[in-house]
Write a protein that binds this ligand. Structure first.
Ligand SMILES: *Cc1c(COP(=O)(O)O)cnc(C)c1O
Length: 233
């Protein structure tokens, strides 16, 4: 029996290859983060069997439960969901990337906990690019202060920006949102600090990954196309 998750991964990787080819980008610049929220550990292990290494979750409890259960040490874990500051302590030391830091208070806590765990952590600042009130992320105008603050952190490595585009049927509608995030990344990529690298742009999901690649995404967060539909968020 062919493994459906492997087949899904093959077709996503083909979508990624085609999109890169179409806009002249190098495939090596793109990381596929498989978003396994609500899915069982067995699905994650199946994906890992077919070579997938980066996985993401959107809830702290679910992520730490899965980390406890999965014994493989070769997987790279990403937290991509809205994060209460008081839960950051559960992530330090266990995961490699947090995509969803929208404010200085959260950065401060990441630094404190990463220092305690003596494990540096890669962070993306989440920006609200859809303009919708209920979506998390900072406003573009708040980035100046956040980046300035982050310059002096030791265990927190700012690696770029993350955004969630509006949920629409036509991919073209989200292009301006991705362009905005890309331009913000460029704006801060010259920041003079060794702790601020700005080499990553986390944008693009199942429905809009082609446009995201065309607009400069380096990390795609793809759930449904890897693991199938979810019954709940
Ligand atoms: C669920 C989720 C995704 C994946 O969405 P799909 O449409 O299933 O690919 C990406 N990013 C975040 C923050 C998510 O919560």
């Amino acid at each position: 029996m062919p493994n459906p998750i492997c087949e899904n991964l093959e077709s996503i990787n083909e979508r990624i290859r085609n999109a890169c080819h179409g806009c002249g980008r190098d495939l090596d610049e793109i990381t596929l983060v498989a978003i396994s929220k609500t899915k069982p550990v067995s699905d994650i292990l199946e994906a890992a069997e077919c070579g997938q290494r980066h996985f993401g979750e959107n809830k702290v409890q679910e992520l730490t439960d899965k980390l406890d259960e999965i014994e493989r040490t070769d997987l790279i874990w990403h937290m991509v969901g809205a994060l209460q500051t008081n839960k950051i302590k559960y992530l330090a030391g266990g995961i490699h990337w947090i995509h969803s830091i929208p404010k200085i208070k959260a950065l401060k806590e990441v630094e404190k906990r990463a220092k305690q765990a003596e494990t540096p952590i890669n962070v993306l600042i989440q920006v609200n690019i859809s303009g919708e009130g209920q979506k998390s992320g900072c406003d573009p105008e708040e980035l100046d202060d956040i980046i300035e603050y982050a310059k002096d952190l030791r265990y927190t490595h700012i690696r770029g920006l993350m955004g969630i585009a509006s949920l629409v049927d036509d991919q073209e509608e989200v292009r301006p949102e991705f362009k905005l995030l890309h331009s913000l990344k460029e704006k801060y990529s010259g920041t003079d600090s060794t702790k601020i690298q700005m080499d990553q742009l986390s944008m693009g999901m199942t429905n809009d990954l082609e446009v995201a690649i065309e607009e400069g995404a380096t990390m795609l967060r793809v759930g449904t196309a890897v693991f199938g539909n979810r019954n709940y968020q």
